[in-house]
Design a protein around this ligand. Structure first.
Ligand code: ADP
Length: 395
């Protein structure tokens, strides 16, 4: 029976999980799912690799499980499902690795204490990421756990790409551009050589367009620049996040509207972006289906900001060989991809409208100077690979 690797992505009210089985050099998906509404009306759902439902349970409203209860339920479920397979390690998505952690690492209690110090850099995500790690350290201390950081891939960026033009003492406190979605970009960088060796060794811009959205310039497999900065609210407008904002706006909100940090946090993380501009929805599908001019304007702003960032990232790369679309919107919305590709015509992208509408992998014409691809992301597999690599060093 093979060894199993569990991947956990813990959010503020949800736990997403996947299990991969080691099959020689490969990692085969075995099952996956999520627990949502951990503090309100918990709901557990799991599917096997073929997409069949293998777990579905709903708790009554108000019967909070919390992260601990959720993890306990998951542990019981996995004991039943894994049968004779042995759970060999757990890999966790951890949003912030700060300045020190540029690669995945094996967790112990000292490392958790270090990661806890990074909570001020990602107060909405880091504490939740650490909850299941702590619980497993207490209950299964012998089980290897690996932290995989969303910032790590970007630590290779040149110093100028990571710096704000602030006084050195502020920069030295760690106030700098980190970039996020690193596990997604790392996965795409690992998949690109299989379909476009020239771009993989050259210059590409990857567009991770989901509820959270960002773009990353990659040269020869390494991150060179990204649209997200100190936090994941920077860069593109997103489902509910505003993206790039003149810091003077924050001062205005404080001085004139008497908003405090928490009120501004709510505004820029939860009430802005596609939702705030349209006043209708944070969901791109709903906006594309709507006939309301405000929905159309929100989509237009999204495309405009992407187009501007394309120019900026292409400048950081000194040219462009490929665009790669990924995540919910990037993988599924032919209409958005078409508009982005048209805006990138000056960068040598010639859209193949038929291939794009048909959902093909290559969506640029054979003669296009710059290629355009759609590659489904797989952050879970990236975490499982890192976890297995570290596990191998222990074997
Ligand atoms: P998350 O960042 O939460 O992982 P996803 O990567 O799943 O999000 O992306 C969610 C976004 O993808 C939503 O805005 C959703 O509307 C959008 N999306 C999914 N399918 C389509 C589609 N067929 N057309 C347009 N947008 C889509």
């Amino acid at each position: 029976m093979s060894d199993a690797i569990l991947v956990i992505n813990a959010g503020s009210s949800s736990l997403k999980f996947s299990v991969f089985l080691e099959a020689g050099a490969a990692l085969e998906p075995c099952l996956g799912g999520q627990l949502e509404g951990l503090y309100t009306a918990p709901r557990f759902k799991a599917k096997d690799a073929a997409g069949n439902v293998i777990g579905d349970k709903q708790w009554p409203e108000g019967e909070a499980l919390g992260h601990d209860g959720g993890l306990m339920h998951l542990a019981g479920f996995l004991r039943e499902q894994l049968g004779d397979h042995t759970l060999a390690a757990v890999g966790h998505r951890v949003v912030h690795g700060g300045l020190d952690y540029a690669a995945p690492l094996l967790i112990n209690s000292e490392i958790v204490a270090q990661l806890d110090k990074l909570v001020p850099l990602a107060p909405l995500h880091q504490p939740n990421n650490l909850k299941p790690i702590r619980l497993l350290l207490q209950n299964r201390p012998e089980l290897p756990q690996v932290a995989c950081f969303d910032t790590a891939f970007h630590r290779a960026q040149p110093a100028v790409a990571q710096a704000f033009a602030l006084p050195a003492e502020i920069t030295d406190r760690g106030v700098r551009r980190y970039g996020f979605h690193g596990l997604s970009y790392e996965y795409i960088a690992s998949a690109l050589p299989e379909i476009d060796m020239q771009a993989a060794h050259g210059r590409s811009i990857v567009l991770h367009l989901g509820n959270g959205a960002s773009m990353c310039a990659i040269a020869n497999g390494q991150s060179v620049a990204s649209t997200m900065g100190f936090t994941a609210v920077d860069g593109l407008p997103m489902g509910t996040r505003c993206g790039n904002l003149d810091p003077g706006v924050v001062l205005y909100l404080m001085d004139e509207l008497k908003m405090d940090a928490r009120a501004i946090e709510k505004l820029i993380y939860q009430q802005s972006g596609l939702l705030g501009v349209s006043g209708i929805s944070s969901d791109m599908r709903a906006l594309l289906e709507s006939t309301d001019p405000k929905a159309a304007f929100a989509v237009e702003l999204f495309i405009y900001r992407i187009a501007r960032e394309l120019g900026s990232l292409a400048a950081a790369l000194g040219g462009l060989d490929a665009l790669v679309f990924t995540a919910g919107i990037g993988e599924h919305s032919a209409a958005i991809r078409e508009r982005v590709c048209r805006a990138a015509a000056w960068l040598g992208v010639e859209l193949d409208a038929t291939a794009n509408a048909a959902g093909q992998s290559r969506i640029s014409t054979p003669g296009s100077k710059t290629a355009a691809w759609v590659i489904p992301t797989n952050e879970e597999l990236m975490i499982a690979r890192h976890t297995r690599n570290i596990l191998d060093t222990l074997r």
